[in-house]
Design a protein around this ligand. Sequence first.
Ligand code: PEP
Length: 253
Amino acid sequence: MSLRLPIAAGNWKMNLDRASASELVRGLRQGLAPRGAVEVLVFPSFPLLGEVGAELVSSPIGLGGQDLHPEESGAHTGDVSAGQLADVGCGWVLVGHSERRHDHQEGDDLVASKVVAAARGGLVPILCLGETLEERRSDRTLEVIDRQLTAVAAVAPDEMVVAYEPVWAIGTGETASPEEAQVVHRFLRRRSAELWGEARAEALRILYGGSVKPDNAPDLIREIDIDGFLVGGASLDAEKFLAIIHACGESAA
Ligand code: PEP
């Protein structure tokens, strides 16, 4: 049994409107223990943050943004700052999600500067990293993961979470097998020990993301270095997300 409190994080991406997001939150609240053995987080799109934040007051569910700008304020049309996210109740932010890296050509240096901005603004960054199918097929998975982790080596705050999300598994219905995921998670923990010391690496929560569903979550969470999930599609359905949350809770029990 791991001493790391598992995280079940729902990335709602560019889905839902105010009414359906509120309904989803109500469904989650009804199905959750007041303070369970799992840290549950949701990441709505920006226009929904205020409303969802209001629904989450005095609930055990944490709120996060899907992205942020490295600067604190200024002429950056279409972007949001860490301070603005914190102001609407966020305590967390996704950084370097593969859809940001792909759709907006976000490179490792920009991702590192967003990690800095998150920590400066009092948010816990969830650093997302993962290899493409081509990189996996050419046996470069660990090299890519290493590069993406090392890019934040000098700036990572103590309170950071890492999410391993193989790009080929996101939204595709393909999942890394528990053994495949564990190899990468173990590697991440060993590299973290080299970068930041054993104690910090042991406390680091490393999430898996990529087509996590109620039927594959129990086997994945059994792996020693998998400390929870970053869930896209299945987090849009209260029943499915609750089943995944409960799988995380059972692993912690
Ligand atoms: C994600 O959005 O980070 C993700 C893992 O999506 P899905 O669970 O749909 O693959």
